[in-house]
Design a protein around this ligand. Structure first.
Ligand code: ADP
Ligand code: MG
Length: 476
């Protein structure tokens, strides 16, 4: 029999709020964690992405708050602004119309305003390590009365080079305060940190062997490096996901990548680490509202995000390790919903996926695009052979030529096997975003007067906007 929130002895005010939010039964991690946290034990909470870890720690933590005391009693530490804002919203929903005051203390926002607002004595704060420490140093924030300190996405928080900051924050809390570490992944280094900071922690793990959601379908498409953008464009056109996240590895210039993807007609915006607070908030807000289709993100930026309606996760670069893969794919397939994840990899990168399969106990199926469907590449190959025989029988210029198919065995079916049109045309067809710059004329194609170096440059920067090409040319 499953436990109810009543049986977990959640206070009536929160029971009412949960009902209003349409949350009926506790998830397994909530059923396990809530009683342990209510007893006041330190704990490590580890369960798959999208299993409701936030409420698992928030409900018992909120119950610890005595609203008559003008003191900070609960602290939630997070790695990023976006996750902080998401958790703040959850807190606000649970405490709406009540006496509990909450505040976010996140880097990027004006310190002066935060200091001013701190005068209202929040009972619960959500913050990033750097900003919390900054405010502690100038004596505007004290953690002496914190009863519960939670670090969400704890492995990421410790990894972000902010180790010293987090440790100083942890030191700022009394030894007797309850401390809780939360993540879907707890690597050994985090376990060691837990050993230093938690007193006899209760380890609450759900489904440790099943590390990613069973409702997730893992796939990959092979192509050459230069075809990746076009492959993504074709996949998006074929699948038409309502909402999807595209991951790249950390790059110096995410602006270039997003410009390139927008240029080929994708409705995509990026979550930038360096962008202003307002810009990041705007991008997140618009994405949540479904104003554009794809969110380009890095591993850190997307950690913990819970965005309704994300059905697909694409990897333009393979994840750095199995843990990162697990967090990336965990942006979809949440709470028992279905989700699909597609890695776009080169033959050289294929071994990385094999490693993930072994480490995570999953199968990542090869796929190819064929006649508007994603199929087993073997099927694509045999069909393609038949097709190319038929194509060969036709007059030459009848076969449409598509860019980006050269050299690819799986991703790009040979000419004629896929619905085809010149890339410049379909780039605009599929665009749901703002107007894109016109395609620069490709004088290089077939032009005998063009040098080999020029052709190579053009090949490399195919699909890039003019300014980007010029920039690249200037570099050479
Ligand atoms: P995690 O931190 O484990 O990745 P979240 O806490 O972000 O997962 O929760 C995922 C989603 O599930 C959120 O949208 C949340 O509101 C919802 N949720 C949480 N608990 C429940 C529940 N008991 N029943 C239904 N939905 C829930
Ligand atoms: Mg979470």
């Amino acid at each position: 029999m499953s436990t109810s929130f009543e049986q977990l002895q959640i206070a009536q005010t929160y029971l009412d709020k949960l009902k209003e939010l349409g949350i009926g039964e506790p998830t397994p991690i909530q059923a396990e964690a809530i009683p342990v946290l209510k007893q006041g034990s330190d704990a490590i909470i580890q369960s798959q992405t999208g299993t409701g870890k936030t409420l698992a720690y928030l409900l018992p933590a909120l119950e610890q708050i005595d609203p008559t005391q003008k003191q900070l009693q609960v602290l939630v530490v997070v790695p990023t602004r976006e996750l902080g804002m998401q958790i703040m919203q959850e807190i606000e929903k649970l405490t709406a119309d009540g006496p509990i005051r909450s505040q976010s203390l996140i880097g990027g926002a004006a310190v002066v305003r935060q200091v001013e607002k701190l005068r209202l004595h929040p009972h619960i704060v959500v913050g990033t390590p750097g900003r919390l420490l900054e405010l502690m140093k100038i004596k505007k924030l004290t953690l002496h009365h914190v009863k519960v300190g939670v670090i969400d996405e704890v492995d990421q928080v410790f990894e972000l080079g902010s180790m010293q900051d987090v440790e100083s924050v942890l030191k700022g809390m009394l030894k007797s305060s309850q401390k809780v570490f939360v993540s879907a992944t707890i690597p050994q280094s985090t376990e060691q940190a837990a050993g230093r900071w938690l007193k006899e922690p209760v380890i609450i793990k759900i489904n440790a062997s099943q590390r990613t959601a069973e409702t997730l379908e893992h796939m990959y498409v092979l192509c050459q490096e230069r075809e990746k953008v076009d492959t993504l464009r074709r996949l998006v056109r074929l699948i038409k996901p309502k909402s999807a996240i595209v991951f790249i590895n950390v790059t110096d210039d995410i602006a270039q990548v997003v410009a390139k993807l927008q240029y080929v007609g994708l409705s995509i915006e990026a979550l930038y680490g360096e962008a202003s607070k307002q810009d990041r908030a705007k991008v997140m807000g618009s994405f949540r509202e479904g104003k554009f289709q794809l969110l380009l993100a890095t591993d850190v930026a997307a950690r913990g995000l819970d965005i309704e309606g994300v059905t697909h996760v694409f990897h333009l670069d393979p994840a750095t390790n199995a843990e990162y893969y697990l967090h990336r794919v965990g942006r979809t397939g949440r709470m028992g919903r279905e989700g699909t994840t597609i890695s776009i990899v080169t033959p050289k990168e294929q071994f990385i996926l094999e490693k993930f399969e072994k480490q995570l106990g999953i199968t990542i199926e090869p796929k190819a695009m064929y006649e508007g469907r994603l199929v087993d590449p073997a099927q694509d190959r045999s069909a393609a052979t038949m097709r190319s025989r038929r194509e060969a029988a036709r007059p030459r210029d009848a076969a449409p030529v598509r860019s980006g198919s050269a050299g690819s065995h799986y991703a790009a079916a040979p000419a004629g096997a896929v619905r085809t049109s010149a890339p410049a045309t379909d780039a605009r067809e599929s665009s749901a975003g703002p107007a894109k710059p016109a395609a620069p004329k490709h004088t290089a194609a077939g032009g005998k007067a063009v040098s080999k170096a020029q052709r190579e440059r053009d090949r490399k920067s195919k699909g890039a906007p003019r300014w980007l090409k010029e920039k690249q040319q200037n570099k050479e």
